[in-house]
Design a protein around this ligand. Structure first.
Ligand code: F0G
Length: 368
């Protein structure tokens, strides 16, 4: 693409200035003249009206499709800021613990920044679509015989010694960047929704949404503060049970966490907004994932189906203090369905290939 009239670098500057959450919400983020901006064009994800879900619930349900970020999850919003700030502070390398998505995002933004990245992962518990990402981006991968909580403990120690910049959500820059999802929703709706439901793992994202909505309400951009509802998997539900879970287990491996780092901050956001925490069974998560894909055309990873499962459960419970009629609900679907392909293909078989004829193919597709 050659354009004689443009100065060298002008196209690049124009393109990158137009995209990314730092470009869009710079005035609300801790960036200055000297901050190098590392972006992959994250954010500005679709807020999709879900007609059948709305019908089932009786309210207006919208899905914030965070799987459409550059690395396929919401983590990119916080990562662009965390990595930009790490570079500004002259960090020599990045480190994170992860159930998968943070490692994918950190590795991609580190590659973009041209600095090394180490990712510490619980062995055997990372969905394959996520695991290939740090491999592709050239990160140093360490798999530990422990869970996410163990990995984060190790990362905290390595980071404390100043060797690496930690890019988990214990880094406030991650939370600041993730607030932009709430900003986008308010900008698009002209106000905050009445209820916001999202999966609850290490609890950084709910904390970030709470902070984002509060900030925009203080600025007069939103009139209401949504009730923040976090959904945990039944056997990985420390916040719901109000105790650390030593051996968390769930099919939604992204939220297989027993001792969330942002527990207190998330609890505060929930309490302040008159929100709630609910739990759902793995079977409910998988049912909701399949329902959403087949009924609304939106394919999300299991953790991202937790808020949908939670919404079904809460609507069915008909709690007097939590009704859905005539109100606006936003569910954040945090990661793309392609992140975890095995879950969907586990019970599916293509069967024996048929003869390459019209008759053979028609016979199969019209079979009742
Ligand atoms: N949904 C997905 C797809 C996630 O990957 C995560 C967290 C969450 C929800 C929960 O968000 O931790 O802010 O409460 N994944 C982290 C990771 C832990 O390492 O990728 P949270």
């Amino acid at each position: 693409m050659q354009n004689e009239s443009k100065k060298p670098g002008a196209v690049e500057a124009a393109v990158s200035a137009a995209r990314g959450v730092i470009a869009r919400y710079r005035q609300y983020l801790p960036v200055g003249e000297g901050t190098p901006i590392i972006t992959l064009g994250e954010g500005s994800t679709p807020l999709v009206f879900a007609p059948r879900l709305s019908e089932r619930i009786g309210g207006r349900v919208l899905i914030k499709c965070e799987g459409l970020n550059p690395t396929g999850s919401f983590k990119d919003r916080g990562m662009t800021l965390a990595v930009s700030k790490a570079l500004e502070r002259r960090a020599q390398g990045l480190i994170c613990a992860s159930t998968g998505n943070t490692s994918a995002s950190a590795a991609a933004y580190a590659a973009r920044a041209g600095i090394p990245c180490a990712v510490i992962l619980p062995a055997g518990k990372i969905a394959s679509g996520k695991l290939v990402q740090p491999i592709a981006h050239g990160a140093r991968i360490v798999s530990i015989d422990g869970n996410f909580d163990d990995a984060l403990r190790i990362v905290r120690e390595l980071g404390d010694k100043g060797e690496f910049a930690i890019v988990n959500s214990i880094n406030p820059d991650r939370i600041a960047g993730q607030k932009t999802a709430a900003f986008e929703i308010v900008d698009e709706l002209g106000d905050a929704p009445d209820i916001h439901i999202l999966p609850l793992g290490n609890a950084g994202n709910l904390t970030a949404y709470g902070a984002g909505y509060s900030e925009f309400r203080q600025l007069g951009k939103a009139r209401v503060l949504p009730r923040m509802i976090g959904i945990q998997a039944e056997h990985a539900a420390p916040i719901y049970h109000r105790r650390v879970i030593k051996r968390p287990e769930t099919v939604a491996s992204a939220i297989r966490i027993g001792n969330p780092a942002s527990w207190e901050a998330a609890q505060h956001a929930i309490d302040e907004s008159n929100g709630a925490v609910e739990i759902v069974a793995d079977s409910e998560i998988l049912e909701a994932q399949s329902w959403l894909a087949k009924t609304e055309g939106i394919f999300v990873e299991p953790a991202s189906a937790a808020p949908i499962a939670g919404l079904f459960k809460l609507a069915k419970a008909r709690r007097a203090d939590l009704t859905f009629e005539n109100i606006t609900v936003v569910c954040t679907c945090t990661g793309h369905g392609l992140k975890d392909p095995e879950i969907m293909s586990a019970n599916f078989s293509l069967g024996v290939p048929v003869a390459p004829t019209v008759e053979a193919v028609r016979e199969i597709i019209t079979r009742s």
